[in-house]
Design a protein around this ligand. Structure first.
Ligand code: ARG
Length: 400
């Protein structure tokens, strides 16, 4: 008896997921491997990937274009949540995992598979996100993770693949471990493993070095409706085009790089470099629009919710009950977060230089220092008397 009869494997076309195909069949007695390659806007050509899976021994090779859903159902809610893990990482990789997990579970259902599989190793966050998402969506499905168990070195993986007709990588493969999708790139390993060493310029693809950015600023006006970005410079764009265009503009001005040491779910600290130009600008702009349209208490209370949200998404709990409850809170707060934010892109900065909303709570007659002022200055006196009363009493009792 093998570990499963029929398996749907998340497939990227790389050596590891290719080797998973013969490995599942030879070592774990799987009868049929169906691969699923998800297009999340990573820019790979999918037809060669589809064919490579078949050459590597897949019984069927599926390709799913999920870019639109990735943006609408995963990135946009994260923008509404201003989600930044440890206040910095906009979760560009993390958001892709629950979607891929959903595609795997759906394919398993469609093709009558009794297990799904992925190529993650045992040290990362992605295995956690896949496994937990899959068990949340279908608790009866088995999850197989060959690369977590096989113990192969890089060379051994390639050698194993060659035995089953999987070509070793033609060009000398990059020493970095890179994950890429429409929202960004995550780069780790090789020289980046020393957190004191500056990343070499060659690792960046979506963002220019400041030395190469234009000497003139570029202004972009982002329009939001209920917390969702819908327009760029007054033009309504579909979600994918909006992200792509903003990636271009922001990246061209060197906006969107992050170099951080982060705390992984499995207890390891790791040094990771990110590029996420559009996503970072959108979170920045969205947060600004909230400061115009939400009351003080909602704005401030929401910060705590945002932290919790970012953590549970990072930790693989996208389909958890806590996440659903936070979603409901966030959705409610977004009802009036509509308007436009003007951003100046220049030399690695995305500066908010203006914001407007029909739902603005900013009241000029209250804020102004001119003769138009409507604020009741005398009311402040009584307010401060009561506001300071507990502190005064405490001070009187604690003299000396
Ligand atoms: N640390 C990031 C995360 O957990 C990215 C993981 C994938 N990174 C990579 N270079 N392969 O979301």
């Amino acid at each position: 008896m093998g570990r499963a009869e029929k398996v749907v494997l998340a497939y990227s076309g790389g050596v590891d997921t290719s080797v998973c195909i013969p490995y599942l069949k030879q070592e774990w007695g799987v009868k049929e491997v169906i691969t699923l390659a998800a297009d999340l806007g990573q820019g790979d050509e999918l037809e060669p990937i589809r064919e490579k899976a078949l050459k590597s021994g897949a019984a069927q090779s599926l390709v799913a274009d999920a870019t639109l859903s990735f943006v609408e159902d995963y990135a946009f809610p994260a923008i509404q949540a201003n989600a930044l893990y440890e206040s910095r990482y906009p979760l560009s990789t993390a958001l892709a995992r629950p979607l891929i997990a959903k595609l795997l579970v759906e394919a398993a259902q469609t093709y009558g598979a009794d297990a799904v599989a992925h190529g993650c190793t045992g040290k990362g966050n992605d295995q956690v996100r896949f496994d937990v998402s899959i068990m949340a969506l279908n608790p009866d499905l088995k999850v197989l993770a060959p690369a977590r168990e096989w113990g192969f070195s890089r060379e051994e993986t390639i050698a194993y693949g060659e035995r089953f007709g999987i070509p070793s990588p033609v060009k000398k493969s990059s020493p970095y471990s890179i994950d890429r999708n429409l929202l960004g790139r995550s780069i780790e390993a090789a020289s980046l493993e020393d957190p004191s060493v500056e990343p070499p310029e060659e690792i960046y693809l979506m963002t220019k070095a400041i030395a190469d950015t234009p000497n003139q600023p570029e202004y972009v006006e982002i329009g939001f409706e209920q917390g969702i970005p819908t327009t760029l410079n007054g033009t309504t764009l579909d979600p994918v085009a909006l992200i792509s265009q903003l990636n271009e503009s922001a990246g061209n001005h060197g906006v969107g790089r992050i170099d951080m040491v982060e705390n992984r779910v499995v207890g390891i600290k790791s040094r990771e470099i990110y590029e996420a130009p559009a996503l970072l600008v959108l979170i920045h702009a969205h947060r600004d629009l909230e400061s115009l349209t939400l009351t003080a208490d909602v704005t401030q209370y929401k910060r705590g919710i945002e932290d919790a949200y970012s953590q549970i998404v990072y930790q693989g709990l996208w389909y958890s009950p806590l996440k659903q409850a936070l979603d409901a809170f966030i959705k409610k707060t977004q009802e009036r977060v509509s308007g436009t934010v003007r951003v100046k892109l220049f030399k690695g900065n995305a500066m908010i230089v203006g914001r407007q909303s029909e739902n603005s709570l900013y009241t000029p007659e209250l804020a102004t220092y001119t003769s138009e002022d409507q604020f009741d200055h005398k009311a402040a006196e009584g307010f401060i008397y009561l506001w300071g009363l507990p502190t005064r009493v405490w001070s009187q009792k604690n003299k000396g």
